[in-house]
Design a protein around this ligand. Structure first.
Ligand code: FES
Ligand code: FES
Length: 142
């Protein structure tokens, strides 16, 4: 249907024109995470300042779902307080489980485009890879 087509276009746009791909200058949180089911890996770099994610960039190799999700994730969390970024990650996990989610003021940006992934359980790990990296990085920061 039309919505699926639109979502597919949004995913492909992030895959072909990734936002925030590259390296963050200076002192950063670095997380290297792999998807055990396929061996693909991404490297996430973040800078946290005054309790907010000031910068987030990624590099790595993966499928269109994992890389578009990394692109959307960095776009969505940049500028957010750490607790909001973690809340968004929890919302995204719920979305992947097919649960009804309440963003409660958080701007999910392009993330909704990935909701169809829940129908393909083997790909959920692709979609959550960058989010797990973000969570791990913020945990290490504490
Ligand atoms: Fe199979 Fe990602 S691990 S599609
Ligand atoms: Fe490897 Fe999707 S197939 S991250």
């Amino acid at each position: 249907n039309k919505l699926d087509t639109l979502y597919r276009q949004v995913i492909m746009d992030h895959y072909k024109n990734p936002r925030n791909r590259g390296e963050v200058d200076g002192e950063t949180l670095k997380v290297d995470m792999n998807n055990p089911t396929c061996g693909d890996r991404i490297q996430l770099q973040m800078k946290v300042e005054d309790g907010k994610i000031a910068e987030a960039k990624f590099n790595g190799e993966g499928c269109s779902i994992s890389l578009s999700s990394a692109s959307m994730m960095t776009q969505a969390v940049k500028g957010l307080p750490v607790e909001d970024a973690l809340r968004m990650s929890a919302l995204f996990s719920d979305m992947m489980l097919g649960k009804e989610i309440d963003p409660a003021g958080l701007d999910l940006g392009d993330l909704e485009a990935l909701q169809g992934v829940q129908k393909f359980p083997a790909r959920i790990k692709c979609a959550t890879l960058a989010w797990k990296a973000m969570e791990q990085g913020l945990e290490e920061e504490k």
